[in-house]
Design a protein around this ligand. Structure first.
Ligand SMILES: Cc1cc2nc3c(=O)[nH]c(=O)nc-3n(C[C@H](O)[C@H](O)[C@H](O)COP(=O)(O)OP(=O)(O)OC[C@H]3O[C@@H](n4cnc5c(N)ncnc54)[C@H](O)[C@@H]3O)c2cc1C
Length: 403
């Protein structure tokens, strides 16, 4: 009986060692995916430090939309690899992550929005990503519950239709990567806060934690909303501000929506889970904060805008509301790679409101960088030095409801 209980655990709790080849700070999808792909490459002397429980950060609080219909060639290629990795993830991890590629519609309610979506469709198609502009008749056929009449303040005019987009079970992804990494020898230490990073002659030498010190030559900062606090431990100021992002779900309803619906003009997105709940979100709170509290004004205005799209939800009750925090960069692209002047310190941050979908590709490519010392082409554009070199990657399609 005891044996049964032991083998059914998702990962194994092991003692904190005083030395690891790689220490990953942050037990969200990014930290755990990197640990998993490092272990796949044979790098198994790896510790993941998580100050809370695994998935306590944005990885356990997001609305789990996966897509690759970005606007820059760099963004499309990067997120497309992630969608492909997500497509095979259940098989790879031996754990069902419930990826539902039901299709994703970004609505346009103005001519300027149609022009923006047209550009995205062109960039997507040139990069081999399935995505096209569709008009009212087709939208009505795909989403019968959506109000596509002339009645609303901002009538729906067109949409960018991205069939491979969809939703996933976010906690399953986190647990699946944790289980896979643990089975390959990675040590996952929850409730273990990193409190300092030691360096000597510009090289990382160790990590201090609330449970003891660790010697290591490689540290990955995968702490999303908290990434500035970790970067400060090695004297770096990141071009990142942290903002709360909120979402809510309704009571479960009979299935009526099998597409992800996003409206940038109304700053709202809606999907329906396989349990029947509508998951509804909007853009970041307009102030920077580490607060994880949700607010009534957010709920009121997001619910109001949701009813513009789906008047049929008028009498539906809200079940719960929550917030997470997001690490926003000025150009809406992540910051990945090594850091000049601090050898052995790596960044996988700046994931804003869109980083869950990037978990697999970011983990895989960050693991490649740490294991080989070479920056993969796919992430070169996202280096920290782009800010000093003036090579920003303005990704206007990253935060789907903000632009
Ligand atoms: C409401 C909401 C909706 C979202 N919707 C989507 C979406 O639909 N699609 C999408 O792609 N993205 C979405 N996102 C964004 C996405 O969730 C994040 O970008 C992504 O989960 C970041 O993953 P991560 O592993 O980098 O960070 P996190 O999951 O935040 O993990 C970082 C971890 O670091 C830990 N940590 C911090 N400091 C320390 C320390 N000193 N020592 C040890 N551990 C530490 C934290 O406790 C945390 O668990 C959403 C976010 C929110 C909040």
């Amino acid at each position: 009986m005891f044996q049964l209980f032991r083998t059914s655990r998702m990962w194994t709790a092991r003692p904190l060692r005083d030395r690891y080849d790689v220490v990953i700070i942050g037990g969200g999808v990014h930290g755990l995916a990197t640990a998993y792909y490092l272990a796949e490459r044979g790098v198994t002397s790896v510790a993941v430090l998580e100050k809370n429980y695994i998935g306590a950060g944005a990885s356990g609080r997001n609305t789990a939309i996966i897509r690759s219909n970005y606007r820059t060639p760099e963004g499309v290629a990067f997120y497309d690899e992630s969608v492909k990795l997500y497509e095979e993830l259940s098989v790879r991890l031996g754990y069902n992550v419930l990826f539902s590629q039901q299709g994703h519609l970004t609505l346009a309610h103005a001519d300027s929005a149609i022009n923006g979506l047209r550009v995205r469709a062109e960039v997507n198609q040139l990069s081999g990503v399935e995505s096209r502009l569709i008009w009212r008749d087709e939208i009505r056929r795909l989403v019968p519950a959506l109000d596509v009449s002339d009645g609303p303040r901002y009538p729906v005019l067109a949409a960018l239709y991205h069939p491979p987009g969809g939703i996933i079970r976010h906690d399953a992804v986190v647990w699946g990567y944790a289980r896979g990494a643990s089975r390959r020898g990675v040590d996952i230490h929850s409730f273990t806060e990193a409190t300092g990073i030691d360096t000597s002659n510009g090289q990382v030498t160790g990590v201090r934690t609330a449970r003891g010190d660790i010697k290591t030559g490689a540290v990955l900062n995968a702490t999303a909303g908290f990434c500035s606090t970790i970067a400060r431990m090695v004297g770096i100021r990141l071009p990142i501000t942290t903002h709360p992002l909120q979402a809510f779900v309704t009571e479960p309803l009979k299935a009526f929506l099998d597409k992800v619906i996003v409206s940038a003009n109304l700053h709202v997105y809606v999907s329906q889970t396989d349990r029947g709940e509508c998951v509804i979100g909007s853009e970041i709170d307009p102030y920077s904060s580490y607060s994880h509290r949700s607010t009534l004004p957010f709920l009121e205005h997001t619910a109001h805008n949701t009813l513009e799209l789906f008047p049929c939800l008028k009498h539906v009750r809200v079940l719960r509301q929550w917030a997470g925090i997001c690490d926003m960069t000025p150009d809406y692209s992540p910051i990945m790679g090594d850091v000049p002047g601090v050898k052995g310190f790596y960044l996988d941050v700046g994931w804003g409101t869109y980083g869950f979908k990037a978990g697999p590709v970011a983990g895989r490519r960050t693991a490649e960088l740490i294991a080989t010392g070479k920056t993969p082409d796919l992430i070169k554009a996202f280096s920290l030095t782009r800010f000093s070199d003036g090579r920003l990657v303005g990704e206007k399609a990253a935060a789907a409801v903000s632009h």
